[in-house]
Ligand binder design. Structure first.
Ligand code: SF4
Length: 253
């Protein structure tokens, strides 16, 4: 099977555990205002590659990726779910650790869709799930998408799969960086035992130049970047929410 691939990075250090071979797929149904990769939005902008080609290329770098593996990010990889399933299935045949970096956009509880997600999860070791906001209306404004898809995907991953889950959250002023939203996010994710890590990422405006080069208007013009210190503060608030959820609603496991 062929998939649309935007680019490949062979020594990724921030896309899962260890050093990783990172595949950026093309196509994304969201339009996040802070997206750094608007050049991945259009599916057809990518180059067609087969899953075998990617795995064979991976093998060249395998000696350097001992504690890492294969990460698929985007764009939104779930936009090509059948291709990713095949790619991950080949990877698992060769004992490669697989990680899916996703927003969960496109998840649905409809029977035939759930079946596809279930099959994919069988070959996925880790899901890095980016929750872009915890309020439905702000989520729609920030991304153009539907928060319910992300949260249903999270519940599905926790309850119906063996995947490990890492949560990612970008903080930016005027959207996610306020106590109420951060606490609410923590309180929501605090109910899920499969969550093994929380990555709080400060917004930065380095993507602005890319928009200019593509002739697009940058939606967050003049919004200041955030610091590592801001991310540490935000993380503490999210963790407080998670702890409170644990106390008020202890998991059954
Ligand atoms: S999900 Fe990712 S690729 Fe898609 S618009 Fe948002 S930040 Fe960009």
């Amino acid at each position: 099977m062929q998939g649309y691939i935007h680019s490949i990075e062979t020594m990724g250090t921030v896309d899962g555990p260890g050093l990783r071979y990172v595949v950026f797929t093309s196509g994304c149904p969201l339009r996040c205002k802070y997206c750094h990769n608007p050049d991945t939005w259009d599916m057809k902008s990518g180059k067609l590659m087969t899953s075998e080609e990617i795995i064979n290329d991976f093998e060249q770098y395998r000696p350097y990726l001992k504690n890492g593996g294969l990460t698929v990010t985007g764009g939104e990889p779930l936009a090509q779910i059948d291709f990713i399933r095949e790619l991950f299935s080949l990877a698992k045949d060769r004992g490669i650790h697989t990680c899916l970096d996703t927003s969960g956009a496109g998840f649905s509880n409809k029977k035939e869709r759930v079946y596809k997600f279930q099959k994919l999860s069988e070959y996925t070791d880790l899901v890095m799930l980016d929750i872009k906001h915890i309020d439905e209306e702000v989520y729609r404004d920030l991304t153009g998408g539907n928060l319910a898809e992300t949260l249903s995907f999270l519940a599905f991953l926790n309850n119906k799969t063996d995947c490990q889950i890492w949560i990612r959250h970008v903080i930016l002023k005027g959207y996610t960086y306020n106590t109420e939203s951060l606490y609410k996010l923590g309180y929501h994710i605090g109910q899920y035992k499969r969550i093994k890590a929380l990555d709080v990422l400060p917004y930065h405006n380095m993507g602005e130049k890319k928009y200019e080069s593509l002739g697009l208007e940058y939606p967050l013009k003049d919004l200041e970047s955030m610091s590592k210190e801001d991310a540490i503060k935000a993380r503490l608030i999210i963790e407080a929410g998670m702890r409170d959820r644990l106390i008020h609603n202890p998991p059954r496991y």
